[in-house]
Design a protein around this ligand. Sequence first.
Ligand code: BES
Ligand code: MN
Ligand code: ZN
Length: 509
Amino acid sequence: MPVTISFTAKAGTAADTAIVAVYSDNRLSPSAEDLDRDNDGVITRALKAGKAFKGKKGQILTLSTPKDSDYQRIMLLGYGDAAKLDRQGCETCGGKLLLALRTAGAEKAHLYINHDSAFEDLSGAAMAAHTAMGLKLRDYSFDKYKSKDDEDDESGNDAPEQCEVITAHEDEAQRLFAPLDAEAAGVFFARDLVNEPPNMLYPESFAKIIRDELKPLGVEIEIFDEKKLQKLGFEAHIAVGMGSARPPYAVVMRWKGDKKAAGIKGPLAFVGKGVTFDTGGVNLKPSGGMEDMKLDMGGAAAVVGLMKTLALRKSSADIIGIVGLAENMPSHMAYRPSDVIGSLSGKTIEVMNTDAEGRLVLADCLTYVQRTFSPSLVIDLATLTGAMMVALGYEYCGTFVNDNDLWTHMEAASKDSGEKLWRMPLDAVFKKDMESKIGDLRSLGGMGRYAGACTAAGFLEHFIEDGRPWAHMDIAGTAWIKSDTATCPKPGTGFGVRVLDRMIALHYE
Ligand code: BES
Ligand code: MN
Ligand code: ZN
């Protein structure tokens, strides 16, 4: 069971574990001082005796308590330099705390967070809310396919049932935590989808999961099966799915908030690449590492996770989501390199390599969403290129934006959420490079692997109409991690949900 988190000014029922903040050089927070006094100086004595714990960010020291104590154990949670502490730092501390609580076998915890005058940008309430968020995000597991408990699997160990965050600013902390809680639910939905194996998650089952999960929350859902896609003219998307026995689908979602934000004409649209497995197709990928290609629907997962978050927190914005779902397989039915295919836009595309499939799926979804809804802006998310990983690794999401205002909003949301974006170049040279000799466009640039992430963006740019503000987020590196972080056990991260939710909350509501 996941940990239940609550905020309160005064501790309620008894708990087995008390957690108090300690800053750099073992400066005690006021609650640490109080607890030390109530427990015969156990904290000050331990800090004098041992040298390893220094109150560094994320450091934790677990102490046993005297016989007559209210608690079985006290945990010192290091927050590092108080003057430099930010939200992400608090989330890191919260994530590490969850693991320590598991190791200790804690069942119920009191986490004392006091406002500290050394803080400049971070209120005591924000410290409480973001520490709780880190705890929550780390408390994720994906063990539905384990037939019995795996003792070596740390993520499977039971978390504490309850964590009460004790703060003098309980209302404010609760107010800050509520949207984060909705984000965590969206992130978990996205992680679940990415972690799901491709024999279970394929276009049709993906579409059903979206409907079952989001419809009850008030999201309007429209599902396009292959016949409907054909009728509409999604020719490029269909070409990608042709080699698979499992037909392609698209799902359109709409969350209609209850008020129009000033100055915004038309909904915001989010487009996700949902290739449920990418073998490369006839241009088959090398076998080593191919198992990772179940992540290739990470963009679609982020879009549906975002829709869930918006619905849960009842966003006032008007939001469209669309995901293009297909499985890229080699077979006698599959599309071939050198095929010339059509697209919903009317542009023809010379297929240079069947492994460059994501851009084909996105192209039709981009056209559809623009022509149907006239959105005020479009953002697509896709695990689009290995080249993006070569450039930025797991840390940054390369973001191509044709509009400086939109970039300003995304950058601010990135800072706020901690999901890192790095602006990449859109350039007429990359766009031009995608023109074909025998059709309108070709799916690979003449530079081959060089600038692969940029030419992919240049290809997508051909499908943006009327100079509409648009951003392309290549999440190939950030959708999936090889080793765990403080707030995410590997591998699916749910990247994109938080930065886009913050962008909507800060600038479009
Ligand atoms: N889904 C892959 C990109 C990818 C690679 C995502 C590794 C995550 C991790 C995409 O469809 C692909 O195969 N891209 C090719 C493009 C090439 C054929 C131009 C690539 O990156 O090699
Ligand atoms: Mn591919
Ligand atoms: Zn792919």
